[in-house]
Every structure is written in C-alpha cells, then in structure tokens.
Design a binder for this molecule. Structure first.
Ligand SMILES: Cc1ncc(COP(=O)(O)O)c(C=O)c1O
Length: 499
C-alpha cells in the first residue's frame, strides 16, 4: 500500500519541474525584453473584464500545466510594467529578479514567521535582514523591528509603539475612556496620508493631527512646530509624537531631524521618521548631513519595496527600544505553546506587530542585499539621484518646460509652452489643466509613465526614479516624448478655448 493520498491539488515532481521550467523560461524572456514593450497596455476595466471573461466558479478542476501557461500569458500581456525603464510613477520600483526567486522559494517552504518554532531559519533570516537594514541606513544595529507589508503598515506599527511608550500602562485597558486630554501628533503638511488613516483607525480622530506648515523646500517649519506644541501643552493637551519625513511623497524633501529630535527631547515626545521612500539614501556618505539626526529617532519606517528595489510587498519598522513593540503587541493565549522568552534568543514575530500568521517576506530582501552588497546598492541609489538631476536640468533648459523641484530622486516639472504669458489672468488655471490633460495622455500612451504633484498650487508632472533599469538615454527620450505630447495637447486645448 503506497502512503500517498490522491488529491487534485498535489503536483508530481515531474510535472512541477516541467511547469516550473516553462514558467521560468517565460519570465526570463519577459525580463529580457521588458524595454521593448509598452509601459502599459492601458486597457480600461471593461476591456480587461472582457479578456478575463465572466465564467462562474469552476465546478471541475483543470490541468495545472495549461493553467499556469495561460495565466503567464494573461499576466505578462495585460499588466502595467513597473519594471520598465521608463516607469517613473508614484514610488514603485523595478523589482530585483532575485526577489521573484526568493518569493517562490519562500512560498514553496511556506514557514509561518509568526513564531520561532514554526520558522526556525526564516525567523533568524528576518532578524538578520532587519539588522542589515539598520546598518545600511547608518543607525545602530541595536534597533529591533519587524518586516511588514509596506509603508502604511510600517508607520502604523511605529505609531502604536509610540502610543504605548508615551501613555500610562493603564491605557492598554482603559483606552481613551481613561483620559480627558487629547493625545496629539505633529507632522508637516507634506506627510503621507498614512497619518490620517492611523489617527482614524486607532481612535484618535484626524483632528488629533497638528499639520505644521512647510518652508520653501517643503520641510517642516520648526519654529511653528515648537510654538504649536507649547500652545497645546498650555491648553492641557497631551502631545505624544512628532513625525519627520525622509523624502516626502510629492517632492522628496527631508525634514530637519536634529531640530525635531531636540524638540522631542525637550517635551518628552516620541520621535518617528517616515522614511518609507527616502531612507535608503541615508547610506550615501555625501548625503549624511541631509539625514543628520536620524540616530535620535525612536522609530523609523523604511520600505525595501521602494528604494531597495524589492518586489512588493515589504516594509520595515525599526525601533530603538524594541521592548515597546512587545509591550504593544505581545499576548499569550492558551492555545499558543510558544516560548515566552521573546526579548533575547527566541523571537516570536507575532509579538512585534499586528499579524500573527506571517509570510517569509524577509527572504527576498535578505537575498537582494547579499546579491548586490552595500557598495553597489549605494551606487544604484546615487545614480537614480543623478538621473533625477539630469531630468531637472534638461527640463530647466528646455524652451517648453519649467523645472519646479528636485530632491533625492524626485523631479517635478511642468509643460509651459514657449512664449506663454504666465501673468495673464487665468494662465495658471490653463497651465494646470494643460498639465493634467498631458499627464493623462502620457499615462495612456504607454511610452512613459509619470505621476503628478501639486507644488505651490501648480499641477506638476512628477518623476520618481527608483528604477535600476532607467538610463540617461531614457531620460533624454522622456523629455522629447513629453514635449511632443505637450505640444499636441496645448494645440487642441487652445483651439477648444478659442472656438
Ligand atoms: C513617505 C511615504 N510614506 C508612506 C507611504 C506608504 O507606503 P505603502 O504604499 O507601501 O503603504 C508612502 C508611499 O508612497 C510614502 O511615500
């Protein structure tokens, strides 16, 4: 009697090899020819739904081999390619190919990295990855932390640790019922939307955010921050946290961390840095002054799936005193037979964050950090910055563009037709409309993918280069494409307005 259960879900060794080899062949060709494809097929939901069909849930199964081959064709032909060298939208990087192999291996073994006993090697790989990330950005490897799904979750995790650290122990039981003073958080106007979600989801309410003005470089105004905290204290409120940003989502601005740290010390506040995008640039020697003060942070969020070029999803929360994570998230239900020695040798990651069952997302980061090494990582990130500067300079010199901002690897610019009089009434609203229409046309055109930023009420085109495939030639071609399309759209809009 064979000890094998016949199930339709198992795949034999021979079949797995055959399907796997074919799939890897398709993926290798996909990566090798990515430059020759459009950035996006720009199909609308109706077209995509038609391609997918609207069959009901299948009653009977089908062959895995056919299914995978068909699905590979479907996905490879109908996706937006953020791995394309001319994809410079939002903050989504080209994904390191080794990360795809890492995810395959991780899913094949499928350790549950919630508890050490369920994931002995994966747990240690996650711990080592977190230590390496801390070393990479130049803070003490003593920071502990956890890998999460991305920037929102990394910041949420830190937000909750901050609250635990700055409220009495009774807060865990009483919540907001036990306190009449408002728990307030301070951040600049340029802070990413996660902060609103956090205050809403965790019961503070969005009015508990003090949005501080930014200066001409989009950095938080420290004088206003100081005054705002003092005013709130005099009213009996309870400030608990300041959030600084390392690379704001619109323009890449980096806040003044030394000044924020000083205020946190003076008022006993938690100092958090949202470095979801920009933090890896702190590893570049020449940029150390820009990031001065990061070692004072109580917590830092950074996203390997942004500027460390890892496949989605992976973010990281680093906390100077990891005990605030376990104080926040640890619980010991009777159905867990896991070691409680969480501080030192045995690390059960479910005690460090919001998830219990957790995947092995550390593997792709761990592999990429080793494949590339620190030096070459610094070179790639520096080159992204140089490409962004090149774009800014080319836009600045071009007769039809206004270069607006450049910081880290984000450039904002806008199409302003040659000879256009910006002083005429209505000219700014025309330029905003022109650039918005232009962006939509570019996103549908498939030659280049940019996104937008509003800078001092100007609707700008925005390129964020977190893309190890982009070259100097791509940047010059992008300038030509945008100028050509801008010209077309200006003509059409202008005619529409004057007919
Ligand atoms: C500064 C900053 N923080 C947080 C986030 C949120 O990251 P995610 O989309 O991975 O949740 C982003 C995303 O662009 C960001 O730029």
């Amino acid at each position: 009697m064979t000890n094998q259960r016949e199930t339709p879900i198992e795949i034999s060794k021979e079949e797995f090899e055959k399907i796997g080899h074919k799939l890897i062949d398709s993926i290798s060709i996909f990566i090798d020819t990515i430059r020759e494809k459009p950035v996006t097929p720009a199909e609308n939901p109706e077209q995509v739904q038609k391609i997918l069909g609207n069959a009901s849930l299948p009653e009977e199964g089908v062959s895995a081999s056919e299914l995978i081959q068909h699905t590979a064709d479907l996905i490879l032909s109908h996706s937006l390619l953020n791995g394309h060298p001319k994809f410079l939208g939002y903050i989504t990087s080209s994904a390191a190919p080794i990360g795809a192999l890492g995810d395959l291996l991780a899913a094949a073994v499928n350790p549950n990295v919630g508890a050490q006993i369920l994931s002995p090697i994966a747990t240690e790989i996650e711990r080592q990855t977190i230590k390496w990330l801390a070393e990479f950005i130049g803070v003490s490897p003593g920071y502990g932390g956890i890998l999460v799904s991305g920037g929102n979750m990394a910041n949420f995790t830190a937000f909750l640790a901050a609250r635990t650290a700055k409220t009495p122990i009774s807060f865990k039981e009483e919540g907001f019922m036990g306190s009449s003073s408002k728990l307030l958080v301070y951040c600049s106007k340029a802070t990413h939307t996660w902060i609103e979600k956090a205050t809403i989801l965790f019961g503070h309410g969005s009015k508990s955010i003090r949005w501080i003005q930014t200066d001409a470089e989009n950095k938080m105004d420290i004088g206003e921050l100081d005054q705002c905290i003092k005013d709130d204290l005099s009213k009996g409120h309870k400030p608990f946290m300041i959030v600084g940003t390392a690379g704001d989502v619109s323009t890449g601005a980096v806040d003044n961390f030394e000044a924020i740290h000083a205020l946190c010390k003076a008022f006993d506040l938690w100092f958090h840095i949202d470095g979801a995008y920009g933090m890896p640039a702190a590893g570049i020697d020449e940029l150390k002054p820009l990031f001065a003060g990061i070692e004072g942070a109580d917590s830092i969020a950074l996203d390997p799936h942004k500027w460390l070029y890892n496949p989605l999803e992976v973010g990281c929360t680093l906390v100077k005193e990891p005990k605030y994570l376990t104080d926040t998230f640890s619980s010991h239900p009777e159905y867990y037979n896991f070691s409680k020695d969480s501080e030192e040798l045995t690390q059960n990651y479910y005690e460090y964050g919001l998830q219990n069952s957790r995947g092995f997302r550390a593997l792709k980061v761990w592999l990429t950090l080793q494949q590339v090494g620190r030096k070459a990582y610094i070179k790639m990130i520096s080159e992204d910055i140089q490409l962004s500067e090149l774009l800014f300079n080319l836009a600045g010199k071009h007769k039809d563009f206004e270069a607006v901002t450049q910081s880290l690897s984000i450039t904002t610019f806008r199409y302003v037709p040659e000879g256009f009089n910006k002083k005429n009434a209505g000219s700014e609203s025309y330029l905003n409309k022109l650039n918005e229409t232009l962006l939509n046309a570019l996103q549908e055109g498939g030659e280049v993918f940019l996104s937008n930023a509003i800078v001092q009420e100007k609707y700008c085109l925005r390129a964020c280069i977190v893309n190890f495939r982009t070259t100097r030639k791509d940047i010059t071609e992008i300038i030509d494409i945008v100028a050509r399309e801008g010209n077309k759209i200006h003509k059409t809009l202008h005619e529409e307005l004057h007919t």
